[in-house]
Ligand binder design. Sequence first.
Ligand SMILES: [Zn+2]
Length: 133
Amino acid sequence: LKSFQIAWRALGLKLTAPRRVILEALEGDRSHPSAEQVLARVRKRRPGISFTTVYATLEALVRHGLLSRVTADPSRARFDTVTAAHDHVVCDRCGTIRDVAAPRRSLRGPRGFRVSRVQVEFHGTCGACDGRD
Ligand SMILES: [Zn+2]
């Protein structure tokens, strides 16, 4: 069993065959896929799987802290398999989202507010889109 499947079971959730395929498709993924991209990948192995099943599974993973939702892309929800603290470099032309290490940051927020998480997004144009690569 892969780590997502182990974590899923540890939460006491049922590992159905479609869910197993979805979890396998996400394993080790660093591309911050959209639900549509996950669906396309999963359909190669299970053509009959519905968008609703994929989306509900992604939502459940987010709810249980196994996946995080990336808000960098305004056009669609994207999902992140790395839940440890890190920052994002976002190309606004091709939509690529890359992980970059986050520096140590103070979690001191405004007065009376308890900060639990800080994440920075660097928006711009990647080397490939700019013709620099
Ligand atoms: Zn990320």
